[in-house]
Design a protein around this ligand. Structure first.
Ligand SMILES: C[S@@+](CC[C@H](N)C(=O)[O-])C[C@H]1O[C@@H](n2cnc3c(N)ncnc32)[C@H](O)[C@@H]1O
Length: 395
């Protein structure tokens, strides 16, 4: 299907939504009472995101923020408040009706925030050819937009181009648990519904890594809907354009604390829990980012840990029967591969069927932030108890 046709359909869809204020897409968890105190209702009612820009919580005053597919401007206005009058926010959208509403409300929000002038610019442009200078953005956000772009590889490339070295992104978007079949991909009406253009989590993350981002990890996920057996869910992902210079450091070793028993980082280094692994300055750049840093002890001399050490972390499965209830776990970074203490090997983005016992493990603090969990069972399943133990293989 021609790219222009998809773009036109998506544009028409969002122009209509902006004019009518119809309800669309997915549940979000904005603090609406707070937003209402400075953002006009006209903007809030055309909020069509599929997440909340959690990354904005990391924003510092004075930073430059870019919102790709800014719509009526909800996330730009929140960013405007957080970066303060010395910061700068750019919103990009291709739909004139959306841009008109966002631009009309920018001075109103600035006045509500007590700013002398608005610190936001709404620019007309495409996500795959952004009207933004190279290496200028501290934080890129986007809320339910990239799935709508026909050429995502170009969008990821553009994100990397405009991010400052040391910059980061936090993107909420819809992904699927398996490749979306051709009959949906070629249904131009479904593009605007955030279905036809959804990538698998594996392909989404691979696209970002291909563009040059690293340290990609999950902030939040929630199930959305299942259509023809395909599970669509929303994810909020963060990643980094690492600083160009490797840090001057005396650190030469990294020891995995856990809870994973083994991990492989995005540069291909394998770490076993408790064993010191030599690291290059380049790897150190990666491990120094959150949340990777919380998994390691970084040291100048080799440092070993065992399970008697307070810094060793692990979540062991209960010695109890398993019930298979349709759950699948998708590792969503910051590692490309990771193993738990029950012989499961998780590969980033690939659904792995897990039983109730493993679900309990993955819901524990150390693991939970790294997994999206979906349930593929069509209806409530019986889930008869199965007895197994690590010695007999995992379950
Ligand atoms: C689902 S809405 C989300 C709007 C906004 N982020 C929010 O959370 O309310 C998608 C927005 O992205 C814009 N959009 C879709 N594809 C785009 C593209 N390829 N380039 C630029 N904007 C695009 C649409 O015009 C629309 O305003």
């Amino acid at each position: 299907m021609p790219i222009d046709e998809i773009t036109q359909k998506v544009n028409d869809r969002y122009a209509r939504a902006a004019s009518t204020g119809e309800q669309m897409c997915c549940p979000t968890s904005y603090d609406m009472a707070n937003l209402k105190s400075f953002i006009p209702e006209e903007v809030l009612k055309i909020s069509y995101g599929c997440g909340t820009p959690a990354g904005l919580q990391t924003v510092s005053p004075g930073e430059a923020v870019l919102d790709i597919g800014s719509g009526g401007g909800i996330d730009c206005f929140e960013a405007s408040r957080l970066v303060g009058p010395t910061g700068h926010v750019i919103g990009i959208d291709m739909t004139d009706t959306m841009l008109a509403i966002a631009r009309k409300n920018a001075p109103i929000v600035a006045a509500n925030l007590g700013y002398p002038t608005s610190n936001i610019e709404f620019r007309k442009g495409m996500a795959d050819a952004m009207p933004v200078a190279d290496n200028t953005i501290d934080l890129i956000i986007s809320n339910c937009v990239i799935n709508l772009a026909p050429d995502k590889r170009k969008v990821f490339g553009e994100m990397f181009r405009v991010a400052k070295p040391g910059g980061r992104f936090t993107i909420s978007d819809i992904v699927a648990d398996q490749p979306v079949p051709q009959y949906l991909v070629h249904d131009s009406d479904k593009w605007g519904d955030c279905l036809s253009g959804a990538l698998t989590l594996t392909d989404y993350i691979a696209g970002m890594v291909g563009a040059g981002f690293l340290g990609i990890h999950l902030i939040k996920s929630s199930p959305w809907q299942a259509i023809d057996g395909i599970h669509f869910f929303s994810v909020t992902l963060t990643g980094y354009k690492l600083p160009t210079e490797a840090p001057q450091s005396t650190v030469h070793f990294a020891t995995l604390r856990g809870p994973f028993s083994r991990v492989v980082d995005e540069l291909g280094t394998t770490y076993l829990r408790g064993i010191a692994q030599p690291v290059t300055p380049n790897t150190l750049r990666l491990l120094s980012q959150a949340p990777l840093i919380s998994h390691f002890l970084l040291s100048s001399d080799p440092l070993s840990l065992d399970r008697t050490d307070d810094r060793w972390t692990a979540v062991y499965p209960a010695d109890a029967p398993c019930h298979w209830r349709g759950h699948f776990a998708l590792l969503a970074g910051p590692f490309i591969e990771a193993a738990d203490d029950d012989h499961h090997v998780y590969r980033r983005g690939e659904p792995l069927e897990i039983c109730s016992k493993t679900l309990t493990v993955l819901e524990a603090d150390g693991y939970a932030p790294h997994f999206a969990i979906i349930n593929r069972a069509g209806k409530q399943v019986g889930g008869d108890a199965v007895t197994c133990s690590p010695a007999e293989g995992c379950c």
